[in-house]
Design a protein around this ligand. Structure first.
Ligand SMILES: [Zn+2]
Length: 598
């Protein structure tokens, strides 16, 4: 037997031996119902307190919530690993259904607890937070209480959730059906092919311009034919959301996403303000790329076009060594953590059939381990993905000393550690590139990301805020949706865009996600926030790691404004902060233009 240093197949048996047929896993899921009953009993018995004597009782409820939460997460994580490694694992899918049914029963219990927190008078609440039992929960208890105060009554909120099953989230599901049903006819290399929307989108990086254009035209055509269905879906989904906001007395459509992401409107405005002020650089890159491709302006379908044909590869073993070496330059904890992940079977990387596409990282909170899923086929972008997911796992690792209820960070900071880790590896790859073509390809990869976050995502944000404002006044027509989208794209690309993609509002799934509203700006936030931390780390060298881990530990117990002030000494409601991260991306553009102008 050969001695494999870094196994490419993960170990799930340490959690529940035997995969989806594991009796321990089934037992674990079945044990959730009695755990929920215990919690429900405690919450039902809990009466709105009049003094701080209730601290012990609240602490006991929090411990029950923790218990339920950790067990649900553990089972959910293992099941998502099982279904990802083998999409034909029926047993795992069934168990997943069973688990989400049980997990859904926890929401009304938590809602009821929050409502009771909301009814505590301010002085008593303050006294409670000062007790030894509850001091560490100040942030989340305050957050839950504030949320319940801004909600309707318990009965009304329960009614909204019940009606939302058919009247809200089902619009999102209908969207998935509509998009899944589409077949796009595209001619590739003289052969007519029927493709899914995802497959047709993948042709956007095809080296042949006629193929890229054909795929784009075919998509626009298909969405034009079906635009009324998509417009109706989007209008009703938005209409339901707005009706709920109105009942709750919320004026601004960004109130909910800001609350979820624990941030202020000023911060988003400062971020977009800073980006907008530096857009000329990126519009310049788009124009330069158009010149390289021999076209007048960069059209939508040319964005992902390759400018070189570099195909550098790296074996899994070498990729692992590369990551370890460069993580090590930033800190010994990060390196030794990644070594454990590589050696102990935390990573599923093998290229084989029946695996789900894409990559993810998930934590197993009861075991204090993580698992990373991806398919490694040797490209440099695979190495980046691997580093990205290891970054997520490192975030979870950094949070280990923290109470589980204080580990639930929002999406905008979720990508901090992952982007940070990815950046280390992407930068190192550019530095160590052996040929100029490879260097150009790697640099462009980095710039593409900046363009996506600064321009594409900005267009989504502009479109969505404007669409929701208009939707308040009534149904928005398809013609108007197309106009709004084109305007947003032209504005967001600052003159760097040729042909627009007017039906992007129909093709992009993010506008139809009901679970998370405004699924756009947190991406850009996470990217730039992480870049500024990365810039600091480069300045300070190895000594920065301790500070970095302290920042990660605080990601779920304060607002992002407080987080940046406490750990970086930065005011992120000001454009100055954001400009520093953008400057790093501008350097990439300058280097790319210099290398490709010879
Ligand atoms: Zn990620």
């Amino acid at each position: 037997m050969v001695n494999v240093k870094y196994p490419e197949v993960w170990d799930l048996d340490v959690f529940f031996p035997g995969g989806s047929a594991s009796p321990q896993l089934i037992e674990h899921i079945e044990s959730l119902t009695p755990k929920l009953e215990v919690l429900k009993e405690k919450v039902d018995k809990f009466e709105v307190p009049q003094n701080s004597d209730a601290a012990l009782e609240i602490q006991s409820i929090l411990e029950s919530i923790k218990e339920v939460m950790l067990h649900i997460s553990q089972a959910g994580a293992v099941l998502s690993c099982l279904t990802a490694q083998d999409t034909t694992d029926r047993e795992a899918l069934l168990l997943q259904g069973q688990l989400s049914g049980i997990a859904a029963n926890s929401s009304p219990i938590l809602e009821s607890f929050n409502q009771k927190l909301g009814k505590i008078d301010q002085a008593t609440f303050k006294a409670l937070l000062e007790t030894a039992e509850l001091a560490q929960f100040e942030f989340i208890l305050t957050e839950w209480r504030e949320k319940s105060k801004e909600s309707l009554s318990e009965e009304e909120e329960a009614l909204i959730s019940a009606l939302g099953v058919d009247g809200y989230s089902s619009w999102g599901q209908l969207y998935n059906m509509l998009i899944g049903d589409i077949k796009v006819e595209v001619e590739v290399d003289g052969e007519k092919k029927l493709l899914s929307v995802g497959q047709a989108n993948n042709l956007s990086s095809h080296k042949d311009r006629t193929v890229r254009k054909a795929a784009f035209d075919a998509l626009e055509k298909v969405f034009t034919e079906r635009e009324e269905f998509f417009a109706k879906t989007l209008n009703h989904l938005a209409g339901f959301r707005l009706a709920v906001y109105k009942k709750r007395g919320w004026d601004s459509v960004t109130k909910e996403p800001l609350q979820i992401n624990r941030m202020k409107q000023e911060t988003i405005d400062a971020m977009w303000g800073a980006i907008t002020s530096r857009k000329a650089t990126f519009a310049g890159y788009l124009q330069h790329k158009a010149n390289l491709l021999g076209t007048e302006q960069l059209d939508w379908f040319d964005f992902d076009a390759p400018v070189t044909d570099s195909t550098a590869t790296m074996s899994y073993h070498d990729g692992a060594e590369f990551i370890l070496k460069h993580f090590g330059r930033f800190g010994s904890e990060m390196e030794s953590f990644a070594r454990t992940a590589f050696e102990d079977g935390w990573i599923e990387a093998e290229d084989r059939d029946n695996k789900r596409p894409g990559g993810f990282c998930t934590g197993m909170p009861l075991s204090e381990q993580s698992r990373i899923f991806m398919t490694y086929s040797g490209s440099m972008s695979n190495v980046s993905t691997l580093a990205h997911e290891l970054g997520h796992a490192f975030h979870t690792y950094a949070l280990r000393p923290v109470h589980p209820l204080n580990r639930r960070y929002a999406m905008n900071v979720a990508e901090t550690a992952s982007t940070f880790a990815e950046m280390i590896v992407a930068d190192a790859a550019v530095e160590e590139a052996t040929t100029e073509q490879e260097k150009i390809a790697l640099l462009e990869d980095k710039i593409q990301r900046s363009v996506a976050f600064f321009m594409n995502i900005h267009a989504r944000y502009l479109f969505e805020t404007r669409f929701y404002e208009e939707r308040k006044k009534g149904i928005v027509s398809t013609k108007r949706l197309n106009e709004l989208m084109e305007e947003a794209q032209i504005e967001a690309h600052a003159g760097g865009l040729g042909e627009t993609h007017p039906h992007f509002w129909a093709s992009k799934m993010h506008f139809y996600i009901t679970g998370v509203p405004f699924y756009n700006f947190p991406y850009t936030f996470g990217y730039l926030f992480s870049l500024s931390i990365y810039a600091k780390a480069k300045e300070e060298g190895k000594g920065f790691e301790e500070k970095y881990m302290a920042l990660l530990r605080d990601t779920a117990v304060m607002t992002v404004e407080e987080l940046a002030m406490k750990h970086l000494g930065e005011d992120i409601t000001k454009e100055d902060f954001w400009l520093k991260g953008i400057a790093l991306c501008e350097k990439d553009v300058a280097e790319f233009i210099a290398l490709t102008s010879k």
